[in-house]
Write a protein that binds this ligand. Structure first.
Ligand code: ZN
Length: 347
């Protein structure tokens, strides 16, 4: 029997992690059945006197925010990583193995406005956010004890985000963390064999086939990766193979702002709600190596499934055995591709 991706259960290899995903397209559990929900998420004030991220407000301890008018970043008052701490390695009988870890955590406010998320901001404001990502990557990555700078955004209550003021985070640390470390291994193996970066060859194929392409501009493309796990997962890939935030031209920075806004607008348009997700960048490590194998990209991992309130849970088989999804990547890509590039609130 010939394998039919739309009918037969199958496994797909995630090239970036080397792990497999189980796909079960015969379970016709479509993620979206056309219903639109009027949720109560809207109607946030422009300024909230109780928000610890709004301009001029008090934060934890005796810290307070300046009257910032664009973007604003600060060291997290509850940092998970600290710069001045032990980095001792301990191997206790080859059984209890540990290592002190140095690092820094920062918070980035995207805008002084309490109520504006990336898809609703002016494009010039999103460009300011890109400039800040570049600056933070450069400054944190230049510290001798920082070998990886993880920039990410956790958006929406369903993701456990504690403050609705649009913001992102940075955790920068001594060790290359697990997810980028898996990619580093995969990228290196591929580059040695093919002399091109894995993602430049992958993107070339996706731009030819078009069935998993969601949106593109001159410098970036968004696809639902062949091996996607989350129902609406996407991957933003740079068209030129470069490795770092600091490798981007001015035009590419504008292109990044444009593509981030385009995909987040499409996400909000899926259920006509502010779409929750965890998203973040995978630039090259800042370990002083050249990294010709590395290809700059960004992941979006949204948890929603069939409606604005039904979330996919990673439980049971997925905790114990393997990642699994029902609808195919091609189905989700088609759905996202058809959605408007104009935000539903601006229509
Ligand atoms: Zn990645």
């Amino acid at each position: 029997m010939k394998l039919d991706f739309t009918k037969h259960p199958h496994r797909r290899l995630n090239l970036l992690t080397g792990e497999w995903v189980q796909v079960s397209p015969q379970r016709t559990q479509r993620p979206w059945q056309g219903q639109e929900e009027e949720t109560s998420g809207d109607g946030k004030p422009e300024y909230d006197p109780k928000c610890y991220l709004c301009p001029g407000n008090d934060r934890a301890g005796d810290a307070s925010n300046p009257e910032y008018t664009s973007t604003f970043s600060f060291v997290n008052d509850f940092s998970a990583l600290l710069p001045d701490t032990s980095n001792e390695e301990i191997n206790d009988n080859d059984l209890l193995i540990s290592k002190g870890e140095r690092g820094m955590c920062k918070v980035i406010c995207f805008s002084p406005r309490h109520d504006l998320t990336l898809p609703e901001m002016e494009i010039s404001q999103v460009e300011d956010v890109v400039d800040l990502w570049v600056k933070e990557y450069r400054e944190l990555g230049a510290k001798p004890f920082i070998n990886y700078v993880q920039i990410f955004e956790n958006k929406g209550e369903v993701m456990g985000c504690s403050n609705p003021h649009p913001h992102g985070q940075i955790w920068a640390q001594e060790t290359i963390p697990e997810e980028p470390a898996k990619e580093l291994k995969q990228f290196k193996n591929y580059y040695e064999k093919h002399t091109h970066t894995l993602l430049s060859n992958y993107l070339k194929l996706e731009l030819e086939r078009k069935e998993r392409l969601v949106v593109e501009n001159d410098h970036f493309a968004v696809v639902v990766p062949f091996w996607a796990f989350w129902p609406f997962e996407t991957l933003v890939i740079s068209k030129r193979p470069f490795a770092r935030f600091t490798d981007m031209s001015e035009e590419e920075k504008k292109g990044l702002a444009d593509i981030v806004q385009k995909i987040t607008i499409k996400y909000d348009n899926v259920f006509k709600v502010s779409f929750p997700y965890s998203a973040g960048f995978h630039p090259a490590p800042t370990d002083g190596e050249e990294h010709p194998e590395w290809h700059f990209h960004m992941h979006f991992y949204p948890p929603l499934l069939r409606s604005a309130t039904i979330k996919k849970f990673r439980v049971g088989y997925e905790m114990l055995a393997n990642s699994q999804r029902d609808v195919t990547a091609e189905y989700s890509a088609g759905l996202l591709r058809e959605l408007s590039e104009v935000h539903y609130k601006h229509k």
